[in-house]
Design a protein around this ligand. Structure first.
Ligand code: ADP
Ligand code: GLC
Length: 489
């Protein structure tokens, strides 16, 4: 068969990627988007740090591709850069090896160490591409950890072939920006003084901001939903960068995330008690629910209770203050709640408290657990994502794909992906609210319960509608490719 001609060569640079290392949705996107782009005819490489926490099963498959010394810091100290490579389903993964930076942490340890770590990683990623003589059309960088790539590209790498490459920087979460004292960043990045001015890296007296600099220098900016692209240009959501983003907005687009529909496929999912598709979801969801109750020690019932799930990093971003405020009202004797997550002890303890207070009806599983996450998406009836802000959000997409009705706040990607249920037209995918207030969330939860208990046929129709909704990467990968082509033109 004739090999398809490559339409675009893309290098992804970011700090996490499933299945090697993942703390949240960034890891999912770094895995799924390159695979979707390959289906569109792209060639993709993903560049990642070789963290110690990456499992041996992957490390053993890696091949040594070479090493060299690279200068970093104002003093021009030199550091080892090793390149370890692995191919998986057509995507090439290049891991940057340096024990000094990556041998501890999971993968983040705290800003003081993370700033040097990701200065090193950003520069080493470009140096590795140069060493491998693989010149991408687009270097697609993700979040603040890779934000210095566009700056290095247009300064330190301007005298080599890489200068032909365009850079794109995607904002997955503007909350985290890589902010530190100017001297600290000046020292570690080794970037020239001229860049430490207000239009680029400087944010305030003695404050440097890596994301800000990257956004100023990237050839293109994207974020993970159209609504978040608008929101971050306002002071409410802009995390102090709203004016900077308004200034650079002509180069910015919002492209909504998808999910990998092979991993998140309820009919082939080996982690489920009873795999299912849209034709047998109603019976099988019941089996999955029973198995989940059994596994988590929740009380069995005759089928009269609604089960609500929540899988999340436990941070204030996720609207957990609202959930905390209304838990006593949610727990009305006909409801069970399962929370899976880790994070802020404030929320971990709040959910532990409710587990004790409502034995058999609340489960607070304070941990990170991929298998259990799959079983919760499959076994619950409704799924909570009442976020304070949400750049895109993947959990509501997975929930819908598994026939679980999302209850979300209309912000960022939640607004763009969950159409509110409309009683009259019988359209919509879930229950939504706008204002960030406990009573508004409660109203949405109560509307969900009214339909679940009051008109199961209509509820079931929504379950099926959600399973049929296109939440794959296909359309969004096409939009990225269009944007790459605009840059290459
Ligand atoms: P964010 O990136 O802000 O954390 P997303 O909704 O984009 O939020 O992505 C979260 C991803 O992490 C999803 O794949 C979700 O299933 C997963 N996840 C979050 N917490 C856990 C957990 N405790 N155990 C397993 N998976 C989790
Ligand atoms: C971030 C955001 C989340 C988004 C994910 C992947 O972690 O918090 O909303 O889905 O990145 O883009």
């Amino acid at each position: 068969m004739k090999k398809q001609e490559t339409v675009c060569k893309v290098a992804f640079v970011g700090s996490e990627c499933y299945p090697f290392v993942k703390t949240g949705g960034l890891g999912d996107v770094m895995y799924a988007l390159p695979r979707a782009l390959i289906r569109e005819g792209c060639e993709c490489r993903v560049i990642l740090p070789l963290y110690a926490c990456i499992k041996d099963q992957y490390k053993q498959k890696m091949q040594y591709k070479g090493s060299f010394m690279m200068d970093l810091t104002l003093e021009g100290r030199t550091f080892y850069v090793g390149i370890m490579e692995l191919e998986m389903d057509g995507v090439i993964y290049d891991f940057i090896d340096n024990r000094e930076f990556f041998d501890w942490g999971n993968p983040y340890t705290g800003l003081w160490e993370d700033i040097p770590k990701y200065c090193y990683f950003s520069k080493a990623s470009l140096a590795a591409l140069n060493y491998l003589e693989w010149i991408p059309d687009v270097i697609h960088c993700h979040d603040w950890q890779a934000a210095l790539v566009p700056l290095y590209l247009k300064t330190k790498f301007w005298n080599c072939d890489l200068k032909k490459s365009k850079s794109m920087l995607t904002i997955h979460n503007l909350r985290f920006q890589g902010i530190c004292g100017i001297q600290h960043l000046k020292y570690w990045s080794g970037l020239s003084d001229g860049l430490f001015d207000y239009p680029v890296l400087k944010q305030a007296d003695d404050e440097a901001n890596m994301f800000k600099g990257g956004l100023a220098y990237a050839d293109a900016i994207t974020t993970v939903s159209a609504t978040y692209a608008k929101e971050i240009q306002t002071p409410e959501y802009g995390e102090r960068l709203d004016a900077h983003l308004r200034y650079h907005s002509t180069r910015m687009k919002g492209i909504v995330n998808g999910i990998d529909t092979d991993i998140w496929n309820s009919s082939t999912d080996k982690l489920l008690a009873a795999p299912y598709d849209v034709t047998d979801v109603l019976e099988k969801k019941w089996e999955n629910k029973e198995a989940l109750r059994e596994q988590l020690g929740l009380s069995r019932d005759d089928g009269s209770k609604i089960m609500i799930g929540l899988v999340s990093r436990l941070t204030d971003q996720k609207g957990l203050d609202l959930v905390d405020a209304i838990m006593p009202e949610i727990m009305d004797g006909r409801t069970q709640v399962i929370v899976l997550g880790t994070g802020d002890p404030r929320y971990e303890n709040a959910f532990r408290y409710y587990e004790e207070k409502y034995p058999g009806d609340v489960c607070a599983y304070i941990s990170y657990n991929e298998g259990l996450a799959h079983r919760i998406y499959a076994g619950t009836d409704a799924f909570l994502v009442p976020s304070l802000f949400e750049p895109c959000g993947l959990t509501q997409l997975i929930a819908m794909r598994y026939g679980t009705i999302p209850i979300v706040r209309e912000t960022g990607g939640l607004k763009d992906t969950v159409l509110p249920y409309d009683e009259e037209t019988q359209e919509g995918n879930g229950f939504t609210f706008v204002t960030y207030k406990p009573d508004q969330l409660l109203k949405a939860v109560d509307s969900a319960k009214d339909l679940f208990f009051g008109d199961r046929q209509k509820w079931d129709a929504m379950v099926k509608r959600d399973m049929m909704k296109d939440v794959s990467w296909e359309q969004s990968a096409k939009q990225y490719l269009e944007f790459y082509k605009e840059l290459m033109a």
